[in-house]
Design a protein around this ligand. Sequence first.
Ligand SMILES: Nc1ncnc2c1ncn2[C@@H]1O[C@H](COP(=O)(O)OP(=O)(O)O)[C@@H](O)[C@H]1O
Ligand SMILES: [Mg+2]
Length: 270
Amino acid sequence: MRIWTVSNQKGGVGKTTTAVTLGCLLAAEGRRVLLLDLDPQGSLSAYFRCNPDASHSSVYALFAASANADENLSVQALIRETGTANLSLLPASTAMATLDRQLGAQGGMGLVIRRALAGLESHFDYVLLDCPPMLGVLMVNALAACERLLIPVQTEFLALKGLERMLSTLQMIGRSRGSVLPYTVIPTFFDRRTRASTEALRMLRDQHKEHLWDRVVPIDTQFREASRQGQPINRFNATARGTQAYASLLRWLQAETGQSREPDREAVAS
Ligand SMILES: Nc1ncnc2c1ncn2[C@@H]1O[C@H](COP(=O)(O)OP(=O)(O)O)[C@@H](O)[C@H]1O
Ligand SMILES: [Mg+2]
């Protein structure tokens, strides 16, 4: 089971779009995928018409059970089908916004997600975690649970500052994990006609080359149109430039992480 986190301490950079699109593309290749919505705003859940006000069957329940030392909660009972084959969802709820305040003083809450996922090893090939844009217990959990971090970065100057912030968080978490998490920077909203985009991309290439996906996700109005209709872009428009960019990103990530394109069915057979 591969666990990837999508995170950046800046909003509107394409995190949720990256999680939902990669998830949907993986599911279309026959991988069993679980999407986890860790953002109290619930934009990932909204793609699947999940109401974020229903906290009883959301990520929130995992933290509530952990805080109350309740060991009877089954993670699987919280997971829903999405209507897309091979694609499941553990939704968010607005109550998750109160977790930092509630759990502030309580130690040992950094591994809630990691422990929950450990029990799902034989059920999924990939787990993708979509993070909120702020550093808190949810992001810390995501970074502790995953084996790779994907950082979408909007190709504009201010967004590069956001990347620096994310990378210092990563350093900090790395010290407590004992190792720095491998990460990939994904340039998003690239508009080759604007100087802001081309300059930002040049800076990314100068400063982060080793961790940078060598292509870009272009700005594409189809993304907004697709999300307005509650669809991942690849389902909304299979030939859109944005869809092709994410398909290419997925191939690159699979090569980078040593995963062939063919679904690995050993887990199913055993
Ligand atoms: N490459 C892109 N080009 C144009 N619009 C995009 C692109 N990526 C995402 N969007 C749109 O921008 C908005 C914010 O994207 P989202 O993925 O929700 O960001 P985040 O999760 O980082 O806040 C959404 O309406 C989405 O459809
Ligand atoms: Mg989001």
